[in-house]
Write a protein that binds this ligand. Structure first.
Ligand code: S3P
Length: 426
């Protein structure tokens, strides 16, 4: 599918966005192994979160409702059923990595696969800790999907994450739910903590202290009523669009503002963004608030170290914004970007250059000089949702009509993206 994007004179109005992708996956997965019914409101409409529901249904879990309001009949820690069918994780790294932690402990064999992009993403990072816990997993070439998981009784481990990854942390914690005793995960760089918060909400016992999480196995998890906040990573495209286009003023309602996710906002404010959060509230342990953003001239700067890990999903759209800042943007320590849905260092730099924007690829990052203009261009999402949306934002600042091929990729996290964009771009 192609999308044509014309330059905008402002990004204005009020929007609400689909539920957070990370939180939606976690609520559905934990609900399936909890006792009793969980009701989830504002579940993500993205294809990735549908993949998680598809896998759970195949494993014998009843999920009612196809839209954003779901009811999941939890069957307890021992309630999943063996399936003859292979489990399809689609494009979703979160589904395959987090579900592996649960499947590793089941008394049956399962096979998980995904689309072409997912089939190239590394799974060794979850296979290693799960093997240490007693699981038997094989993969194509030892590290790529499909994964064949021969469930086994698991024992607790102490695990220090070699890569900053919330998916890996979650996988180990989910496996730890099935092990007798205390599973400990240490993270040298803090990653999003939605799993810790959600597990507590469902009744698990967790201790978190200075980068170390201890989970007591075999808890009694109980079904809950939960509401998913709007996805800050989806909001990021609209925040950047409003900052970029003169005359913009945009309000985004009910956004998840968990401090392990909101580094982008601090960075933007530090660069001079006019961004307000009139009030914050806590919902199911997650911070939620409205964001009001106005067009602002920004300084630019450098993103590196722990900050890079904290806003890894927002880097494509941040790179676009970098070109319009005073001093430009440098991103370092971002080698992980090369193994996302696409090699995002390459796809970002390639698309920026198509717009006549100077950008340089580093082995683990990129450099985008500031004070540049965007030329209208024709570009490709390469099947990556965040690339499709980041360059839609860039195209709003173009000097004519741009074309995005493979625009349907946005549906992976945000199927309503194009309509929502049309509703605020003037
Ligand atoms: C996610 C963690 C991050 C992120 C992904 C979602 C999660 O991946 O990029 O979009 O929900 O835990 P990594 O765990 O690979 O860093």
């Amino acid at each position: 599918m192609q999308q044509f994007i014309s330059p905008a004179t402002s990004i204005s109005g009020e929007i609400a966005l689909p539920g957070d992708k990370s939180i939606s996956h976690r609520y559905a997965l934990i609900a399936s192994i909890a006792e009793g019914v969980t009701r989830i409101r504002n579940y993500s409409t993205g294809a990735d979160c549908r993949s998680t529901l598809g896998c759970l249904r195949a494993l014998g879990i009843e999920v009612a409702g196809d839209g954003t309001e779901l009811t999941i009949e939890g069957r307890g820690l021992a309630g999943l059923r063996a399936t003859a069918a292979d489990l399809d994780a689609g494009n979703s790294g979160s589904t395959i990595r987090m579900l592996s932690g649960i499947l590793a402990a089941q008394p049956f064999r399962s096979r998980l696969f995904g689309d072409e992009s997912l089939s190239r993403r590394p799974m060794g990072r979850v296979m290693d800790p799960l093997a240490k816990m007693g699981a038997h997993i094989t993969a194509r070439e030892g590290k790529f999907p499909p994964l064949e998981i021969d469930g086994a009784p698991l024992h607790p481990i102490e695990y220090r994450l070699p890569v900053p990854s919330a998916q890996v942390k979650t996988c180990v914690l989910f496996a730890g739910l099935f092990a007798d005793g205390v599973t400990a995960v240490e993270e040298p760089v803090r990653s999003r903590d939605h799993s810790e918060i959600a597990l507590r909400e469902f009744g698990a016992e967790l201790r978190v202290e200075r980068g170390r999480i201890e989970l007591t196995g075999r808890p009694r998890l109980e079904g809950r009523e939960l509401t998913v906040p709007s996805d800050l990573s989806s909001a990021a495209f609209f925040i950047v669009a409003a900052l970029l286009i003169p005359g913009s003023e945009l309000t985004i309602r009910g956004v998840g503002l968990n401090p392990t996710r909101s580094a982008l906002l601090d960075l933007l404010v530090g660069m001079g963004a006019n961004l307000r959060i009139p009030q914050l509230e806590s919902r199911n342990g997650e911070l939620v608030g409205d964001i009001v953003v106005r067009h602002s001239a920004l300084k630019g700067g450098t993103v590196e170290g722990a900050l890079t890990a904290a806003l890894i999903d927002e880097i494509p759209v941040l790179a676009v914004l970098g070109a319009a800042t005073e001093e430009g943007l440098t991103v370092k320590d971002a080698a992980e970007l090369r193994i996302k849905e696409t090699d995002r260092i390459r796809t970002v730099v390639d698309n920026l250059r198509r717009m006549g924007v100077e950008a340089e690829e580093l082995p683990d990052g990129l450099v985008v000089p500031g004070r540049q203009r965007f030329r209208a261009a024709e570009f490709d999402s390469h099947g990556d949702h965040r690339i499709a949306m980041a360059f839609a934002v860039a195209a709003l600042a173009g000097d004519g009509r741009s074309v995005i091929h493979g625009a349907e990729a946005a549906s992976v996290s945000f199927p309503e993206f194009w309509d929502t964009l049309a509703s605020v771009a003037r």
